[in-house]
Design a protein. Structure first.
Length: 109
């Protein structure tokens, strides 16, 4: 039951973080800027700092490991294993693209 609660919490936080990344990317593509874009950027940067502090592992993965015998990729979250495996790479690239587009749009204005 504890592992299920951790997985559910982890999935909800992941969905929020993913939506922040997509919001930044959409701001870069569509060319809008508002306070929510800045908040989303800050949230993602804080998440990045957290991952750096925890040696590229989510703290919830560490906690979930205490309750799981099998710790294969994706054991701690309700997303497909392939996405779990490449999660950091995919969302880092999408976030970087969003930031690059935002910067490019501001330079070209």
């Amino acid at each position: 039951m504890k592992l299920f609660a951790i997985k559910l919490t982890h999935t909800l936080i992941w969905a929020f973080m993913a939506s922040c990344v997509f919001y930044v990317l959409s701001a870069g593509i569509l060319g809008f800027m508002n306070q929510y874009v800045y908040i989303a950027i800050a949230v993602i940067l804080i998440e990045g700092l957290t991952l750096i502090i925890f040696k590229w592992r989510c703290p919830l993965t560490i906690v979930a490991g205490r309750y799981a015998d099998n710790q294969e990729i994706g054991f701690d979250i309700f997303i497909p294993k392939l996405l779990a495996k490449y999660n950091k790479t995919i969302f880092t690239l999408l976030f970087a693209m969003g930031i690059a587009l935002i910067i490019l749009r501001n330079i070209l204005q």
